[in-house]
Design a protein around this ligand. Structure first.
Ligand SMILES: [Zn+2]
Length: 271
């Protein structure tokens, strides 16, 4: 585990967030502690319109969710010190990135080239959400092909896995490739930023049973270090794991199935 902050984290950086809130969950400390705010850029890829899911039967939507989430992200990034002029919202349909292929690659690489960051931050290769995986694979493929020069780092939105013995996928990565930023006083800013995402931290729809982001999750991510895996094209996929090379990819497939099953049970058990 590397606790020192790599010098390139203080250069021009670009955080690519598939949805509003990913930037605060995975990179809130990174952005809040950047020494030059004008060098911190954020690209939000989708319109965030599918989280939370509208309950069935659909209660009338009080406010357009995409517009609400856009403003929440702008408020959160203001807390983290990112200038409004450094925020780009691509507005692609939430949940659609996996099938976009070349269109997504063209969109992301053109923004990366225009901003010309020294580092690009993308979700972890074994993330749980298909949009997150699509962003990871698109940017890592472009890096491997030599289409982008920036160093690529993977950040963590979902790190807690029930099917791993330690419960945390970050424990399975090579310590020398994993950089951790301790929360310090910036943990408070990260929490304030996350609280701007009220559609995720509270129940947005009438009849919604639980917020998308639980209070327990918020407590944990604000108290623990943020981790970043340096992407090396020679150690792609499971070759980038320090241990669990056979099990982690299997658990990655099974874990979401278990979660859906558990969510369904909880929904059925709710009054
Ligand atoms: Zn997301």
């Amino acid at each position: 585990m590397t606790l020192s902050r790599p010098a390139e984290f203080d250069a021009r950086v670009l955080v690519i967030a598939p949805h509003m809130d990913d930037e605060s969950l995975g990179c809130g400390l990174l952005l809040a502690t950047h020494p030059r705010n004008d060098q911190a850029h954020v690209l939000i890829v989708t319109d965030g319109s599918r989280s939370p899911d509208a309950p069935q039967p659909c209660a009338s939507e009080a406010r357009p969710l995409a517009a609400v989430r856009e403003q929440e992200a702008r408020d959160a990034l203001a807390v983290l010190g990112v200038p409004a002029s450094n925020i780009v919202m691509l507005g692609l349909p939430d949940g659609s990135l996996r099938g976009m292929g070349a269109r997504l690659r063209a969109g992301l690489t053109s923004h990366i080239r225009r901003i010309a960051p020294q580092c690009v931050f993308v979700p972890f290769r074994y993330d749980r959400h298909p949009d997150h995986l699509a962003v990871n694979r698109t940017v890592c493929d472009a890096k491997r092909a030599g289409d982008i020069e920036a160093a690529v780092f993977e950040y963590f939105v979902y790190s807690q896995w029930r099917l791993l013995s330690t419960g945390d996928v970050r424990d399975y990565l090579p310590p020398e490739s994993l950089h951790r930023l301790p929360p310090g006083t910036a943990g408070d800013l990260k929490r304030l930023a996350l609280e701007c995402h009220r559609s995720q931290t509270t129940c947005f729809y009438p009849g919604q049973r639980r917020p998308v982001l639980s209070p327990e999750l918020l407590d944990r991510v604000c108290a623990e270090p943020e981790a970043f895996l340096a992407y090396d094209p020679a150690h792609d996929g499971r070759r980038g794991l320090a241990r669990g090379r056979a099990w982690v990819p299997v658990a990655h497939v099974v874990e979401p199935v278990l979660k859906r099953w558990k969510d369904r049970l909880r929904q059925g058990a709710a009054p």
